[in-house]
Design a protein around this ligand. Structure first.
Ligand SMILES: N[C@H](CCC[C@H](N)C(=O)O)C(=O)O
Length: 258
């Protein structure tokens, strides 16, 4: 059977996307998902996303990491699937959809998608770092000379060494001259550095505010693959109305046979 797929990227975090409203995709096939994501033997991507029907909202997002296993929330994937739903004509400029961590509101204007993230109440302190869940678990650590920092080696060491089998995504941050922050992320489930991680960017913005590194509630973040903006409200340590905003684009369409 032939399946049409689309490739999307959000600040360089790339995804193979299927319209699975007819439920044809064999989503329990971990090795199939992993082989589609493989950059040498497949299409190549950081993850695979299914757009499915949902009774109560506009659509459902099902996200798999490139290892073939279902992941926790993906912020860039969430932005990309909004662009995909718009392309398919399922939504207009505003939407509410369901993902693994609950409901998400979003809006799209040209190539720019603004995605509401889950509220965050708990930011815990680790040695040299903060840890929080923005839909996915994130370790946030300030470093010097981020450009030459060995993200893969240090990320892998912390991911397994500190967080064990379940793991965490690991973000390294440095404040830049314009007052915003540069970020590089080692992603669990991809087990490598990716060019951008949306839930990671969100975690960094909240963490930097929490630490007093910025007083602004609109925080520009520069990932390797592009710029994102995080805005939020904060009251007594509760972060709400968190929005992740940036470009999400369709790259190509193709056909897979299996
Ligand atoms: N790239 C994603 C993060 C996916 C989280 C995933 N790596 C996991 O821990 O299951 C993002 O843009 O938020």
């Amino acid at each position: 059977m032939k399946y049409t797929f689309y490739k999307y990227q959000g600040t360089g975090n790339d995804f193979v996307m299927f319209d699975n409203r007819k439920n044809e995709f064999p989503k329990d096939d971990v090795s199939l998902v992993a082989s589609i994501c493989d950059r040498k033997f497949g299409v190549g991507s950081d993850g695979l996303i299914l757009l499915e029907d949902d009774e109560k909202t506009d659509f459902k997002m099902v996200y798999f990491n490139s290892d073939g296993r279902e992941g926790s929330m993906c912020g860039n994937g969430g932005r990309c699937i909004v662009a995909f739903a718009y392309f398919l004509g399922i939504i207009r400029n505003k939407t509410v959809f369901i993902a693994v961590d609950g409901l998400h509101e979003a809006s799209i204007e040209g190539d720019v998608v603004s995605l509401k993230m889950t509220d965050v109440q708990e930011i815990s302190k680790k040695q040299n770092a903060l840890y929080l869940n923005t839909g996915s678990p994130h370790h946030v650590q300030l470093v010097k000379e981020l450009k030459s920092f060995n993200v893969f080696k240090e990320g892998a060491r912390l991911r397994y060494g500190v967080y064990g089998e379940k793991g965490s995504n690991i973000n390294f941050v440095e404040q830049n001259e314009s007052g915003g922050f540069d970020i590089r992320t080692y992603e669990r489930g991809v087990e490598d550095e990716t060019l951008s991680c949306g839930t990671g960017v969100t975690a960094v913005a909240l963490s930097m505010y929490h630490m007093g590194k910025t007083k602004k509630k609109i925080v520009p973040i520069k990932a390797v693959g592009g710029n994102l903006e995080v805005s939020f409200d904060e009251q007594n340590g509760l972060y709400s109305n968190i929005y992740l905003k940036g470009e999400a684009k369709q790259v190509f369409k193709g056909e897979l046979t299996w």
